[in-house]
Design a protein around this ligand. Structure first.
Ligand SMILES: C[S@@+](CC[C@H](N)C(=O)[O-])C[C@H]1O[C@@H](n2cnc3c(N)ncnc32)[C@H](O)[C@@H]1O
Length: 374
């Protein structure tokens, strides 16, 4: 028993290193032990991420998404299925027509196991397509019109095929239904983040009506400002609670599992989906740092990164909420702009007379600072 447990820990450790160092063997999902270890460990995190996206989509209310019809979903690189299970089960209560889900993976064993083990809710139908992506010429035809295209943790294993994936995603965007969504998720390391954000920029170039619903503020259309510096990146880090067994396994491996760490883009075509109020927004894309005499963080307006600081002497009833901001939260931009602010990493100061106004939590929930909260 103890041996079995330590073997499983070894496999999880090997997979984890393989994912980070890009050395994971191509057929790992066909190995029953590796598949089980993946599902037990990474699967729980994947499920939580999928569920978090279903909530975020509900919070952000994409125009034209929630109708009464049946939803057609395609998931690329499904693996043991936890991510797409979290996403589809989370969306289902708001999709009265039900969901037709098509799952694609190069590992038929993984797809079959997923299908066999999933206590699928009545409203969801499932089709499996074993295919090596991105070359799957029949896939768009088999899929038909698509309302949701999801792809989680696939690019990191296919860095040598990025241009093929760009073509594949382009094909899916061409057949995305009005109001449809493309959800792209990769790990929160620099390499994965840069590769996903770069792919997003290429897609924005290809489709003039493509919009980033989240996480970027202000309906970003231009290049991601995090990519402007050669080692810049951007990721999410949302507190999350996992099972005891997962956190124990994580700590035996020297990992910390207390949040959802990921790089992601939710894309949509058509109507503007940005901040409904039309106000300029700033998203905190770093942790909030507290140093002697000040608090500061890196904020993004979708075009420029600003290092904004609140000096302690500028803290008052109106500005105090600055020091409690968390990565991913969005506030109203009181007028910082690339023209006005100094560049080269210099600080811009949040003035004492300008009140801080909260717009959105990281998951798109509207948020307001109340005097009590502060
Ligand atoms: C890290 S797992 C991600 C599983 C799931 N999407 C998640 O986020 O938990 C990557 C999955 O993609 C599949 N995969 C990797 N490269 C692929 C390719 N080129 N074509 C099809 N499937 C691929 C692997 O078999 C594996 O099941």
């Amino acid at each position: 028993m103890a041996n079995k447990k330590s073997r499983k820990l070894d496999i999880i450790g090997e997979l984890s290193r393989g994912f980070t160092q890009r050395t994971v063997p191509e057929g790992y999902m066909d190995d029953p032990l590796a598949r089980k270890a993946y599902g037990d460990y990474f699967g729980e995190v994947g499920f939580e991420k999928g569920a978090a996206f279903s909530r975020e989509i509900r919070n952000r209310k994409p125009p034209g998404f929630f109708g009464s019809g049946r939803l057609s979903m395609v998931d690329l690189g499904t693996g043991t299925g936890e991510f797409v299970r979290g996403l589809s089960e989370g969306l289902l209560p708001d999709i009265p027509g039900g969901i037709d889900l098509l799952c694609v993976d190069r590992s038929l064993s993984a797809l079959q196991e997923f299908s066999g083990q999933w206590a699928r809710p009545e409203g969801i139908s499932l089709r499996l397509v074993p295919a090596l992506l991105p070359e799957a010429p029949d896939l768009p035809r088999i899929a038909g019109p698509v309302d949701v295209l999801s792809m989680a943790n696939l690019l990191a294993e296919n860095e040598d095929r990025l241009s093929g994936f760009l073509t594949l995603l382009k094909g899916f965007l061409e057949r995305l239904s009005p109001g449809g969504l493309m959800i792209l998720v990769e790990p929160a390391d620099r390499r994965s983040s840069r590769s996903l954000l770069g792919l997003g920029d290429r897609l924005l170039d290809l489709f003039p009506d493509l919009r980033i619903l989240a996480p970027c503020p202000n309906d970003r259309r231009g290049p991601c400002p995090s990519l402007a510096s050669p080692d810049g990146w951007c990721h999410e880090d949302r507190p999350a609670a996992f099972s005891r067994s997962l956190t124990q396994t994580a700590s035996s491996l020297g990992h910390v599992k207390d949040s959802l760490k990921m790089t992601y883009l939710i894309l949509s075509r058509g109507e503007k989906v940005g901040d409904e109020s039309g106000e300029g927004a700033l998203r905190l894309v770093s942790p909030l740092h507290k140093e002697k005499g000040m608090s500061w963080g890196v904020f993004c307006d979708g075009t420029t990164l600003f290092r904004l600081r609140l000096k302690n002497r500028n803290r008052n009833e109106d500005t105090r909420a600055f020091v409690r901001l968390k990565r991913g939260e969005t506030i109203r931009n009181p007028g910082f702009s690339s023209e006005k602010e100094a560049s080269d990493g210099a600080f811009a100061d949040w003035p004492s007379e300008i009140p801080l106004t909260g717009l959105f939590r990281p998951d798109g929930t509207p948020f307001h600072f109340s005097r009590k909260e502060e």
